[in-house]
Design a protein around this ligand. Sequence first.
Ligand SMILES: Cc1cc2nc3c(=O)[nH]c(=O)nc-3n(C[C@H](O)[C@H](O)[C@H](O)COP(=O)(O)OP(=O)(O)OC[C@H]3O[C@@H](n4cnc5c(N)ncnc54)[C@H](O)[C@@H]3O)c2cc1C
Length: 394
Amino acid sequence: MEKTKTRRTVIVGGGIIGLSLAYELAKRKHEVVLLEQEGFGEKASWAGAGILPPACRATAIHPMEVLEAISSEIHELWADELRQITGIDNGFRKCGGLYIARTAGEVAALMGMQFEWESRDIPFEILNTDEAMERLSFLSSGAKVIREGVVPEIAKALWVPGESQFSNPSHLAALVSACKSLGVMLHEHAGMCQVQVANGVVSGIKTGDEKFVGEQYFFTAGPWTEQLIKPLEVVLPMQPVRGQIALYKVDELSSKAELPVINDGARYLVPRTDGHVLAGATIEEVGFDCRTTASEVQELRDWAESLGGSLGDATFIRSWAGLRPATYDGFPYLGALGQSGTAFVATGHFKCGLHLSTGTAVVLADLAEGKELAVDLRPFSPARVTCHQDTEIK
Ligand SMILES: Cc1cc2nc3c(=O)[nH]c(=O)nc-3n(C[C@H](O)[C@H](O)[C@H](O)COP(=O)(O)OP(=O)(O)OC[C@H]3O[C@@H](n4cnc5c(N)ncnc54)[C@H](O)[C@@H]3O)c2cc1C
């Protein structure tokens, strides 16, 4: 006999965070409604590069480290699970990551990362220039170009075998398909949802002529969450941070076995097994402007094409931009909004939302069910910043 569904949950915002939460809750037999004003996962969640940095559960101390480690573990599981449910391969693979520093500032930043990996028992190797060149060899003449001084010499290089990647567009497609199979009530192109409030608590979500009522509400609207929850008379400060990416197609890459992520200072190349290579990404505070700009894309292209012959000869396909949801202290907002126990928020993952989506979904589903949490959510509580709209900040 089929088990009774537990709670009716309404989620507003169908990016990777909303979709992951819907998937996790539906697996636990909740009745879930997911509302998205445009297409599912079309914003930052699609625009991102899909890099999943390494983590270690055994040594994780700070709740952020625990969330990272749990997220990494679940990514491996979900990749298989989603393939079984939907037949979609999300491209998850432990491809390793090469980290290169060229300037004094980049070396200092990489030293900081090295110390962090050391203290967290995250495996890495220090490479000499020849070994770093070898890791870059999938870009064929890339090593030669660097040696000839077209870009500055490598001053420090590390190899991190635990770095992974997935194809976020494939993962999103798999999540949507799995949510459908599990009976999530999916509403995309639903228009801009509005929170309705009665006696200080959420009474429903209105969009067009429709109203959706649940026993619990989750707000997962990325950088638009601050605006979305205003009817609750709370201020949740957020900042959209634009990132632009250039996409190439390189025929030769498809035959190479190992295609690591290349982190070169603040920029990266992400080679996919189908020969696509992403070059990213800018970090710009330009409000909600999600357009690409010719100058930034050209800078990305100049850097990417200077790295290797393959990319110089490759077909530049297109560029795009997305808005990362940032908070002002670097931690996401995860937890209850107010005291009612019916409204929750999950956003503000900034540069790590693809990585942290799995852990966020599982921990928030536990929170929704009143279970013991694997992650101490106190540093992520929206209460750390929320103030009543009328509160004067002195
Ligand atoms: C260039 C770039 C590269 C990145 N690379 C990586 C990476 O390699 N690894 C990583 O972990 N992260 C990466 N990120 C960050 C990651 O993409 C984001 O943190 C993550 O996608 C945020 O997901 P989200 O679901 O919170 O937000 P979004 O994807 O923005 O989804 C929010 C959704 O809410 C909807 N919405 C908003 N308001 C309403 C409303 N009123 N009613 C209904 N719906 C609404 C929006 O339409 C949107 O679809 C990158 C981001 C960018 C831009």
